[in-house]
Design a protein around this ligand. Structure first.
Ligand code: GLC
Length: 637
């Protein structure tokens, strides 16, 4: 396709009205007929050619500025047609909560396509790759299916289920025209005081390794070790955050992971071996350090270990402003940060705002010989390899036939199953000589209490609609209260009290109470927490209700919390983690349509003073051990 044709195609996608499009199309037709423009196809434009040949052909045609543009990822907030075209930008992202004005699939598709038009209007027409954090479903988008966060999925120990979660998430991404997600997080969280522990599948490396099967769901199955995205129902994935993000001192976000190389590899690197073998397209670096050296400038772990020894063939991307935080270089400055990070082996930089400063700094460092053209070519080769292998050159624009997948019933059924299988039953006492759970659907009166009983936002947790998440009916979903009302007989009276006093609870004369309490949403460092107690309102509700009515307590949290003092008050106790929009997955189990199958993906401590404490430690005195989980017996599992 020649430049003229491509430019016209690009402008087509910027026209605001069909009439204008028809006029331009007519002009093109006339021009082509008149000029008999020969449509030559360069090797890189020929999808029948091997990927590596297309990469080398295109690379050989690129200027330094076009190469640097491919290494530049900017936030949508600073992106537009002209920026994409004039700077040859290779990638755009939506950071947490960064959405178009309207949240319809069409608004997302138009936003992505209009920016893509700028990339296609460049001299070589290299399509840009639009990325977003779809880490538990397409969580920035109103109406998307929100799946349990990884801590809950880890409790399922079900690779097939997480593959289906990945596949559903990929479909919902494609419904908005987005072909790339910054997921899965394959952190091995070793200290639940870390604000991102819910993004980790487990404290146990072998569970995290098992869960990397989600990459097959997101990308499809390809040749082991080769970046691969099978078709337009799939997306490029991103294993993150390399490496040791979950091993920092005292769980302090972005802090220092102090370990021997052997232990770093055994605990934190191992899941990346699986991710690479499963064809993950990209790997994102961690803000954290290893033994005092920032990951964003760690040549040994990026270039030597990841690229050479482990043979990673995709591209390495920084975290947001990740190179700006390299502050431990003597007389740290931005130029030094660019120099150190690119020479360490980073391929794409999530700048994401001051792209002109990044581009000019990198151009200067190359032109003065501080960064070799060989290093630049390695980075661009990897980026183009991913773009060619996922078919982005052939299909750069949204396929609008995917629109119906956003929040589809099929996807919600997968999420409901994931909720069921992620629940962990930690206590089930006997009442009147029978186990308290399963609850009866035809009770006379049921009291549903707690701050988290009727709140989709709290069920979903962080990284939902906004970066930090929030309480309230922030998206479409089913709360636990909704689900209880749907599950019980029509003759059953469901009484809802968010924070009842003991007197109010007693007056309900309920047969039993379901108390749903937990944490407020958080993300990243905002979630770092040293005491890990249930918020006071939840504790008082447990005490007020469970002292008056036989109760099941359901904890909605991104990690284990101190619960031992209150266990004697409870007939039954269930960890539901951050289940997402499908609260009916909870009632499917507590009312006995399904049995509990979940087992703890993390050690449940008695007190935060014991931390860090992981399965296998010489001193191990948990309230509930890693992999613990009860069933109700004689029910479908
Ligand atoms: C954030 C997170 C990372 C995310 C990126 C883009 O700071 O550390 O997990 O993918 O920025 O939103």
């Amino acid at each position: 396709m020649d430049v003229q044709t491509r430019e016209n195609q690009a402008r087509n996608h910027c026209c605001s009205s069909m009439a204008l499009r028809k006029v331009i199309a007519l002009c093109i037709t006339i021009a082509c007929l008149h000029d008999h423009v020969a449509l030559c196809t360069e090797i890189y434009e020929d999808s029948n050619q091997p990927v590596e040949l297309r990469v080398q052909d295109l690379l050989s045609r690129m200027t330094l500025d076009e190469k640097i543009g491919q290494m530049t990822q900017i936030e949508r907030y600073v992106a537009n047609f002209d920026v994409m075209k004039n700077f040859s930008i290779g990638s755009v992202l939506s950071s947490g909560g960064s959405t178009p004005n309207s949240s319809t699939t069409e608004a997302w598709q138009n936003m992505v396509d209009d920016l893509q038009a700028g990339a296609l209007a460049t001299r070589l027409g290299i399509p840009m790759l639009y990325g977003i954090d779809a880490i538990h479903g397409h969580n920035n988008v109103y109406g998307a299916t929100i799946f349990p966060h990884n801590i809950g999925l880890g409790c399922t120990r079900d690779p097939d289920l997480v593959r289906r979660v990945g596949a559903a998430t990929a479909l919902e991404l494609r419904a908005t025209g987005i072909p790339y997600t910054f997921a899965p997080c394959i952190a091995v969280c070793r200290d639940p005081r870390w604000g991102r522990c819910y993004e980790s599948f487990s404290e146990d490396t072998s569970v995290v390794r098992m869960m990397t099967d989600v990459i097959y769901g997101l990308q499809g199955n390809g040749t082991p070790g080769i970046p691969f995205v099978s078709d337009r129902s799939k997306v490029a994935a991103c294993a993150k955050h390399y490496v040791g993000d979950g091993g920092t001192q005292r769980g302090i976000n972005s802090n220092d992971t102090i370990l021997s190389y052997e232990d770093l590899f055994r605990i934190h690197v191992a899941p990346y071996v699986d991710a690479i073998a499963k064809g993950v397209s990209t790997i994102m670096l961690s803000y954290s350090s290893w033994n005092g050296v920032k990951m964003h400038m760690n040549h040994r772990l990026i270039s030597t270990l990841l690229k050479q020894e482990l043979g990673f063939k995709g591209f390495v991307i920084s975290d947001m402003e990740g190179i700006d935080f390299i502050t431990d270089i003597p007389d740290a400055n931005y130029t030094a940060s660019v120099l150190e990070s690119i020479n360490a082996g980073l391929d794409m930089i999530m700048v994401p705002f001051d792209y002109e400063k990044f581009i000019s700094t990198l151009r200067t460092l190359v032109n003065t010989g501080y960064i070799s053209m060989q290093r630049i070519d390695d980075a661009v080769t990897r980026i183009l390899r991913v773009k060619f292998s996922m078919g982005l050159f052939e299909h750069p624009l949204a396929d609008r036939s995917f629109s119906p997948h956003l929040g589809s019933q099929d996807n919600r059924m997968v999420a409901r199953e994931a909720v069921r299988k992620s629940l962990v039953l930690l206590k089930n006492g006997k009442t009147e000589s029978r186990p308290f759970l399963p609850l009866s659907k035809n009770a006379t009166r049921v009291l549903v209490a707690g701050t988290h009983a009727d709140d989709v936002g709290l069920q979903c947790g962080g990284w939902t609609i906004s970066w930090q998440g929030s309480a309230g009916s922030i998206t479409k979903g089913t709360t636990v209260l909704d689900a209880v009302k749907a599950a019980v007989f029509t003759t059953t009276q469901v009484i809802h009290e968010a924070s009842p006093t003991a007197e109010v609870a007693a007056k309900t004369k309920a047969d039993f109470a379901i108390v749903v309490v937990g944490e407020q949403p958080y993300a990243e460092g905002a979630g770092d927490n040293t005491n890990l107690t249930i918020p006071d309102e939840g504790i008082s509700t447990i005490k007020n209700v469970c002292s008056e009515v036989k109760c099941l307590v359901i904890l909605i949290s991104g990690r284990p919390l101190v619960v031992e003092p209150y266990l004697p008050l409870m007939e039954a106790f269930v960890a539901a983690w951050l289940p997402g929009t499908e609260g009916n997955g909870v009632t499917d189990v507590i009312f006995g349509d399904y049995d509990f199958v979940g087992s703890l993906s993390r050690t449940w401590f008695k007190s935060a003073d014991q931390l860090p404490m992981n399965f296998g430690d010489p001193i191990y005195d948990p309230l509930f051990r890693f992999a613990f989980g009860l069933g109700m017996g004689k029910l479908p599992r």
